[in-house]
Design a binder for this molecule. Sequence first.
Ligand code: 5AD
Ligand code: SF4
Length: 464
Amino acid sequence: MISVFFKTYGCLANVADSELLAKYMRGLGCIVAENESEADLIMINTCAIREKAEQKLFSYVGRLTGYIKNKPHLKVGIIGCVSSYRARYFFAKFPYINFSFGAKNDLNKLKAYIADLIIKIESEKQLIGSNVPFKRIKDKNITELVEKKNLKIPEGSKTVSDFKPGRLRRSVINIMTGCNNYCTYCIVPFVRGREKSFEMETILERVKSEIDAGVKEINLLGQNVNSYCDPKTGADFATLLEKIAKLDGKFWVRFTSSHPKDTSKKLLQVMAKYPEKLCAWIHLPLQSGSDDILKRMNRTYTSEQFLEKVNWINEILPDATISTDIIVGFPGETEENFKQTLDILEKVKFELSFSFIYSPRKYTKAAEMEDDCSYETKLQRLEYLQKRQKEVSRETHDALVGKTVQVLVENVMTNGMFFAKTAGNIRVSVKPVSIKSDDKDIVNKFVMVKVVAAREALVEATVV
Ligand code: 5AD
Ligand code: SF4
């Protein structure tokens, strides 16, 4: 039996791809290993969004030498965004890399390749201990190889879920891939390719089977979910959400990310219509509060238009939580530009923000822009922004104290508390002492809790 280990870097889109492949490989009889030492095959799903992510990846791949020495039949494959554009470098630098598959390509080709590969690994494993040398695999163009050899996904192959006991049954599903927006700082359109929506029928079938398997939280993913368009019928994202919301069962649906330019009233109204299923949480990446920077980022909205979308959210979904992504130190960002970003933070009071120092990326327009802002200044801005965000997060959490809210419990933390989230994605630490002895098993369940205290990162609550 082949054991595969997935090392996944980056965003939920990569998590979704790795999960999909893991389920497929389980269906082919493989075991999904917990660590590298148990594996016959290591699949590294790579992230190219910022330089730091790539550096982490290279140091990880370098550290694999030890495993290779101990297990000469071990295969290593790199998939995802970095393999879209640095595969050659990988092969040159790490001779033990066996195959690469870029994020732009059709995953079905990789699935067909994997089915063939595991048969090869199985026969190699039988040679362990003999003197027969292993054949070196170096598959640089899997799509071409699969077409040439006419490799196919085995007929009747199934996907097999494996839910860990004591953990929330969550499913992350890519509803589309790629991006057409070409924000000037972003490598995604180059490494993931043009935007492509998956068929609604297929997505709905998957969601249904996940719910039947006991999944309580469905995460729909796309670089820009609001531009989802069913390739068969032309139906939009709001329609997809409504169809999912109408499915039987008790479950929550979340989605990321929403590009502010495409956030529509129709979408918000559908969310308001099904509050039991569609979580009132919008991740709305701002990136910058300066109109000048937004223009140079090619975000195609102004700060005023962003605030207008926030007003729509507050009107249509008054209890909604809004979170965001912010980039500091974009080329040419002035102190004034940065203050404009802080200004939006104060106006919107994001519950959470993910903030990053601008990282120049290959192929992107911004990488060629003049940048006279020092790294120290950028770092200071980031630290200031993050400090202020923590205070704002705390304020938004304070407003919850004393309220009774529904949460979905995810797991038990090392401190013995239960970790849960509200529909608005607010993290909740639930005290176990308050749970009746016959009701201790609350993981993967919806429970009502009373918020008793607020902190920066989460709120504390007791079961009611
Ligand atoms: N530098 C820094 N942050 C970036 N992001 C995307 N590209 C870059 C870059 N070159 C951030 C954006 C995006 C999030 C996923 O990553 O804020 O929303
Ligand atoms: Fe990158 Fe912009 Fe597309 Fe998001 S919308 S993936 S930031 S290009």
